[in-house]
Design a protein around this ligand. Structure first.
Ligand code: ELE
Length: 203
């Protein structure tokens, strides 16, 4: 199994996916992998998300994780569906301990110094800075990296093609997450692949 640092270093952008139609899962994953973004975060925001994870796992080259994992019940379901990594919007001791006990790469959301300290107490060093823009943007994360030089981050929330580079310029930022790669509305594989190709070149 890959560790979370390896997953974060695979591509500059992790597409955050909200998939409403299982039929689009395989062509969406294929378009993203072909575009150079193989690490896929499938949010548990839709009823079919677990089925989407199962489908996407069949795509060669895809590294498929679950996002919006906010309880141990979510974690169990996500692992059962074959998730290769877990992303949560925030960090609780209970969820952190369960992810560690399951030995699954885990990227919990943090928003402040106390969150990072709680994560470090659990032995974690890789975090999603969420919601990145609303939380103060690049200056806020830059300020947090001072006291926590060993922590590594994936900022997510409000990141777009025109500001992704600013985040990736920080040494402690290994990748960013964003939903812009797969726009809402009807799925169009050529649009998704073109967005992925552009995003894969950032950084
Ligand atoms: O669902 C989750 O688990 C989340 O944590 C939220 C997502 O990461 C953000 O909604 C992505 O942000 P945007 O790129 O601004 O759309």
């Amino acid at each position: 199994m890959r560790d979370i640092e390896t997953i974060m270093r695979t591509a500059p952008v992790i597409p955050v996916l909200v998939v409403h139609d299982v039929a689009t899962a395989i062509p969406m994953a294929e378009a993203l992998v072909a575009g150079g973004l193989p690490v896929l975060e499938v949010t548990l925001r839709t009823d079919c998300a677990l089925e989407v994870i199962r489908e996407m796992r069949q795509v060669d080259g895809a590294i498929v994780g679950a996002g919006t994992v906010s309880s141990t019940a979510d974690l169990d379901k996500a692992l059962d569906a074959g998730s290769e990594f877990i992303v949560s919007p925030g960090l609780t001791d209970t969820l952190g301990q369960a992810a560690i006990a399951n030995d699954v790469p885990f990227l919990p959301g943090i928003a402040n110094a106390g969150d990072i300290m709680r994560g470090m107490e659990l032995g974690l060093a890789h975090f999603k800075f969420f919601p990145a823009m609303a939380n103060g943007g690049v200056p806020a994360l830059k300020a947090l990296t001072g006291p926590f030089g060993n922590a590594r981050f994936c900022p997510t929330g409000g990141i777009k093609p025109d500001n992704a580079q600013d985040w990736l310029a920080l040494d402690q930022v290994l990748c960013v997450g964003g939903s812009w790669i797969v726009p809402g509305g009807a799925f169009d594989a050529s649009v998704v692949q073109a967005n992925a190709e552009a995003a894969a070149k950032i950084g």
